[in-house]
Design a protein around this ligand. Structure first.
Ligand code: FES
Length: 380
């Protein structure tokens, strides 16, 4: 019917249209009316979060693979200047909040950082409580305002997160406190340039899942990560909101076509652990991790590596970057490598001064030319 008003479209069609919108446009749509607000908080719209980019007007929201390369030096140095200006201003804010103070310290840098902080707080307080279980990636690289507490909150709302990038942020080990009870199924953890990270993070990372929190629950087991429609339907019925017309059909169609879907209701405890609300099977971080970068985390020592080695290692780890960790030795590296059977030497980096494992094939230190990450040979 050519005269159909947009408000008469079935929610499922509107949801499909919403998938074409940027995060900023979605937030604007959420202010139109209550039903649009609820629809805009559907999990499949918020799988990949890039708050640092969004605060600067770049609304990319696809998978993070496309952004994996290091950003150019200019971008890095302007984020660093921004961070410094904001920290100085923040420390003095109680004393002097005048406009003059803002302009004398680099107004643009500070307002950009403030925008980022507001956006992060908004995500944590308003969006993640609704969509957290659907979130798969959170990229906070080069954030000037993210704190360990914020990371803790994000992790508590996002039990199915598989990609976490905290490159060059001021987070500490306490960001990962929650891992002692519920380690997320992370595949990619980037802590490059997080100079406050110590062995404590490696201890948390390698914790084994507590066995006593297994519980009997009837659930659908979904192996495919792309079954967004089913997730959305489950989410909507959980919320008790209006049903999504048409989703029954979509669900039935997907069910019959999904080869990997286990089609019977099962007890989760008999099948390897509790499932996240999004339907993905939960696993220990240390088992799922494929990418780990501690480049420039210069406080990390053999004790941290040993904690990982003695708790079973990282069986899926392919990429390990320990450049700029001059306190580790060949002993700690040997122990770790012996329990990381999937490690690919091309993606294995450590200090050139260490006579370590896979010496002929491993890549050397990646920080020699970096300029802003720790390296024992910088300036040579
Ligand atoms: Fe030793 Fe870079 S940390 S060569």
């Amino acid at each position: 019917n050519p005269s159909t008003h947009i408000s008469q479209l079935p929610a499922e069609i509107l949801l499909r249209l919403f998938h074409f919108l940027s995060p900023a446009e979605l937030l604007r749509c959420s202010q139109v009316c209550r039903s649009w607000s609820e629809l805009a908080q559907t999990g499949s719209l918020w799988r990949h979060l890039f708050p640092v980019h969004w605060a600067r007007g770049d609304y990319y929201s696809g998978p993070p693979g496309d952004l994996d390369q290091e950003p150019d030096e200019e971008w890095v140095s302007s984020r660093q200047k921004e961070g410094r200006a904001y920290q100085e201003w923040d420390e003095d804010a109680d004393v002097d909040e005048s406009d003059e103070s803002l302009s004398s310290r680099g107004c643009l840098a500070i307002t950009t950082a403030q925008r980022e902080k507001r956006l992060l707080n908004g995500l944590i307080q308003n969006l993640l409580p609704a969509v957290g279980p659907s979130v798969r990636s959170v990229v906070l690289a080069y954030s000037s305002t993210v704190s360990s507490k914020m990371v803790r909150q994000i992790l508590s709302f996002c039990p199915n997160i598989s990609h976490l990038d905290l490159t060059q942020t001021a987070v500490t080990d306490s960001a990962f406190d929650s891992w002692s009870s519920s380690p997320p199924p992370l595949k990619h953890l980037d802590l490059s340039g997080c100079e406050q990270i110590t062995d404590g993070s490696l201890r948390r990372l390698s914790r084994k899942k507590r066995q006593n929190f297994l519980f009997k629950q009837k659930v659908w087991l979904l192996d495919s990560s792309e079954l967004a429609d089913i997730e959305d339907a489950a989410e909507w019925s959980r919320r008790g909101g209006a049903s999504l017309p048409g989703l029954g059909f979509v669900e039935a169609q997907t069910l019959s076509g999904a080869a990997e879907l286990r089609t019977k209701c099962s007890s989760s405890s008999s099948l390897g652990g509790p499932l996240g609300p999004g339907g993905g099977q939960r696993t220990e971080t240390r088992r799922s991790l494929k990418f780990l970068s501690l480049s420039g985390c210069y406080q990390v020592t053999d004790l941290g590596l040993r904690a990982v080695s003695q708790r079973g290692g990282l069986p899926s780890l392919e990429h390990l970057n320990l450049s700029g960790c001059p306190l580790i030795t060949e002993v700690g590296l040997q122990e770790l490598v012996s329990v990381c059977p999937a490690l690919n030497d091309e993606h294995f980096y450590y200090c050139d001064n260490i006579d370590g494992p896979h010496g002929d094939t491993a890549s050397g230190c990646q920080n020699l030319q970096c300029g802003f990450r720790v390296c024992c040979r910088s300036g040579e």
